[in-house]
Design a protein around this ligand. Structure first.
Ligand SMILES: Cc1cc2nc3c(=O)[nH]c(=O)nc-3n(C[C@H](O)[C@H](O)[C@H](O)COP(=O)(O)OP(=O)(O)OC[C@H]3O[C@@H](n4cnc5c(N)ncnc54)[C@H](O)[C@@H]3O)c2cc1C
Length: 455
């Protein structure tokens, strides 16, 4: 392999196992993942990405794509292969006139929030600031603004993509529309996205934050939550959670380390009316903690970042639900009550409202009939908890299968979820396979929730 020659051609850098930076460069968010790539190429522009792809193809190297490095399954890395690392590609341009942002793949959600918020704009994305915008977008993109503004992919207008052939192409609703369709939910299967152009929505401050109730009231709270969100306007978002109150300020001491249930709200309607909208919510068996108040949108998006720094053990599983039957709720509470560590949790993210306004066949993301995406997440700073958190997630997930819709959000999947990919794409799967055959016939990009090329 002519690594030295490649080094001369690149504007970015190459990191090999013998280099001092190697350990840091192969470290990703989930410390449960321990993969040793043969080569890491840190690209700084799209030309570097083209060169890295060509080099991998010519040298028959397996390739993984790394942007934010947050993928729970650790798909940013590949053992003994080449990592195309985009984390230093951090361009971002906000056009306030057209309300658009052009973002390179190395940006995190917090960085996008910061750049857009100063103009009173926001991109509907996820709930933890350190997550990469690239992987999140390509899998769909669920968060506080989903009911108001749709998924992140519903706000994607254009992407520049380096294909397995090394060709750099632009895709949007009229240029290479089949690829544009597939990118919106199909993950990293079709090429390396080197820039995303997003639509932004006008949002500055929101009325938001967590409300908690005792775990003993969880069944009642879940039923109330189901009812109130079913009839709510798209301005009201709230994800339901089982959690343990962290042993830190500002949480009152008598609640610290208690397992509870809660709803993290985000109201994007008129702030003058917010208190009124929350009257019936507060009246329902008053919460034991109420941190809902007016906040800048990035403060909400970063609210839990401190609790979940990089370097912890993570294992998770996802489900979709269209309804929460009494029996489903009963089982949720049984398993939610068994959270094995302080940071383990379960979230139910609403994916109705604006998400349901886009027809199912308009994007590869195939779950617009569902009302919720669930993530069951085992987290611990302690590597010796790895088995415990894995077992809890698997058991909880298994118990949900009689009530869930089948498949799960690909961004909440582990490597052992490859068997669920087809189900997760439902009726869109065959079309995805045909598009995969056209743009990546040899399955060059297969370190992902893999869609096999059609025969
Ligand atoms: C703490 C935490 C909170 C999260 N919260 C949310 C949330 O609120 N909402 C939500 O929807 N998801 C959420 N996620 C899931 C998140 O969307 C996925 O983990 C996603 O893969 C992260 O993207 P990344 O760029 O950081 O990933 P990476 O690990 O860098 O990449 C993951 C995969 O994405 C693909 N990919 C990444 N970049 C590119 C690119 N430029 N071109 C082509 N393919 C690419 C590749 O297949 C790659 O293997 C969360 C994850 C974590 C760990």
């Amino acid at each position: 392999m002519e690594i030295e020659k490649l080094k001369d051609k690149l504007e970015g850098s190459i990191i090999l196992p013998r280099d001092a930076e190697y350990e840091e460069a192969r470290t990703i968010y989930n410390a449960m993942i321990d993969k040793r790539p043969r080569i890491i190429i840190k690209c700084i522009n799209k030309k570097d990405v083209v060169k890295a792809v060509n080099f991998a193809r010519e040298n028959k190297l397996e390739v993984s794509i790394r942007s934010g490095g947050h993928n729970g399954a650790g798909l940013a890395l590949v053992n003994d292969g080449l990592v195309i690392d985009l984390s230093e590609m951090k361009g971002i341009e906000v056009d306030t006139e057209s309300k658009r942002a052009k973002v390179q793949p190395g940006r995190t959600l917090a960085e996008v929030d910061k750049a857009t918020h100063e103009h009173g704009l926001a991109l509907p994305s996820g709930i933890i600031g350190s997550t990469g915008v690239a992987g999140l977008t390509l899998g769909g993109g669920i968060g506080y603004l989903s009911r108001k503004g749709g998924l992140t992919i519903d706000n994607l207008l254009e992407a520049e993509v380096v294909l397995a052939s090394g060709e750099l192409i632009t895709t949007n609703a009229s240029k290479n529309p089949d690829l544009f369709w597939a990118l919106r939910g199909g993950g990293g299967n079709f090429g390396i996205v080197v820039s995303f152009t997003f639509n932004l929505i006008p949002i500055r401050n929101v009325y938001a934050g967590p409300m908690l109730w005792p775990l003993e009231k969880a069944e009642e709270v879940m039923k109330f939550y189901d009812k109130i969100t079913k009839n709510a306007s798209n301005d009201l978002y709230g994800f339901f959670a089982f959690l343990t109150v962290p042993p830190v300020d500002p949480f009152p001491q008598h609640l610290q380390m208690k397992k509870v249930c809660g709803i993290v709200w985000c109201y994007t309607g008129s702030l003058d009316k917010a208190a009124e909208v929350f009257n019936p919510i507060r009246a329902f068996g008053p919460p034991i903690l109420d941190f809902v108040s007016e906040l800048p949108m990035p403060a909400l998006n970063g609210m839990f970042d401190g609790l979940y720094p990089p370097g912890y053990q993570w294992y998770w599983k996802g489900n979709y639900f269209d309804e929460l039957t009494d029996e489903c709720i009963h089982q949720q509470v049984i398993h939610g009550s068994k959270m094995p560590t302080m940071l383990s949790s379960m979230h139910l993210y609403p994916i109705d409202g604006k998400v349901h306004e886009t027809p199912q066949e308009d994007t590869a993301w195939a779950n617009r009939g569902a009302r919720w995406a669930q993530v069951i997440v085992g987290v611990s700073p302690n590597p010796s908890d790895a088995d415990k958190i894995t077992e809890w997630c698997r058991n909880y997930h298994e118990a949900m299968q009689p009530y869930a819709l089948g498949g799960g959000y690909v961004n909440f999947a582990m490597e052992d979820d490859q068997g669920r990919v087809k189900e997760s794409y439902g009726k869109n799967y065959d079309r995805l396979r045909k598009i995969k055959k056209k743009y990546d016939p040899d399955n060059f990009f297969h370190i992902n929730q893999n869609i096999q090329p059609a025969n």
